[in-house]
Design a protein around this ligand. Sequence first.
Ligand code: NDP
Ligand code: MG
Length: 387
Amino acid sequence: MKKKIAILGSTGSIGKSTIEIIKKDKKNFDVILLTTHKNLKEITKQVKLFKVNNIIITDKKSFDLFKSKNKNKNLNLFNDYNSLNKIIKKKLDYTMSAITGLAGLDPTIKLISKTKSIAIANKESIICAWNLIDKKLKENKTKFIPVDSEHFSIWSLIGKNKSDNIKKIHITASGGPFLNYKLHQFKQIKIKDALKHPNWVMGKKITIDSATMMNKVFEVIETNRLFRVDYKKISILTHDKSYLHAIVEFNFGLIKFLVHEADMKIPIFNSIYDSKKSINNLKNLSLNFINNLNLKKVDNRKFPVIKILKNYPKQNSLFDTVLVSLNDALVDLFLRNKISYLEIGKNLIKFCKMNEFQKYKKITPKSTDEIYDLSKYVSLKVQSKCI
Ligand code: NDP
Ligand code: MG
């Protein structure tokens, strides 16, 4: 039987890696749904390759253009996620959630009841709405696999152990392009420097987050949510090769760590095949990397956003949405050349401390609408204060 699958954000970095994997095993997959925002060139290729019938294109102009170009083809085209009931009549086997930012939240929640397993790369959803996602997963008995490489590693290392058995979790950070910069050099950072990640090829937004280390702040919160581990037990270690992804210390004396090549296709592959299939042409264990892990504590002076984790709420609250949206808006302003690199972190720390935002630490998100409304408000606030 062919595996029925959906890829949310199929034209992005994670989406394309997922496509690359299943392309090699085409006969075993039936791609039921692909989504993009506006990358018509890529989605056209993917639709043709897998003979996909259901396509969601969220950008209105791109949707109209695609529709007019494909008038004579028998395709089900949609401009939003409201028609999922029509598209998916029988449960899918696997869904990859790889839309970037909070735009991924609504479709992720909607797909949970329509798929037997869901691999979630979209960390913003996990951070802002884990309580809603977890509830849906339980209600629908849907299997969940984290795709972020550190969390995939932790998840694999923990296996059937309980979180009570965890003494400490260390996640690694490549340190991005500025790990070895001297403090005085940070003032001169330009957009193109921040977009040059030494180890990973990723979407623009997460690449900037890796440069500022905000990506690790998010990943620590993600670790707290997914594995119910207190922040005191989570540490970040820099490791410039991105070969080791996580270390879990158990309170029964074992310390386990997981290494793999810096290639997101490895966690994605294992999320699809449940570690029951071999990958061709794998590289051997790199003794050079293993002997030079070079793990170090993070220098907070170079990456001040790490301080945000001090006194961060233990439970999922609307403050998570504030943090994600503040960062989103500031990264967007940086990429549009409206603020400098250093202003991303400075503003983030300043805005986080504002009473107007602090009050959300006490409020648990009840719906995706509430999250989206707050996110819009935070974005407008950032725009009005920064430009
Ligand atoms: P990309 O920017 O490369 O791709 C994002 C995908 O989402 C594209 O298909 C894009 O469409 C679509 N998209 C963008 N905006 C919207 C919108 N408003 N509505 C609907 N769809 C939209 O991102 P990545 O693949 O790098 O990352 C995806 C997610 O995975 C992120 O949450 C990221 O944090 C997480 N992640 C990524 C890793 C990586 O290695 N890339 C590693 C770990 C986690 P279009 O092509 O038209 O822009
Ligand atoms: Mg990661």
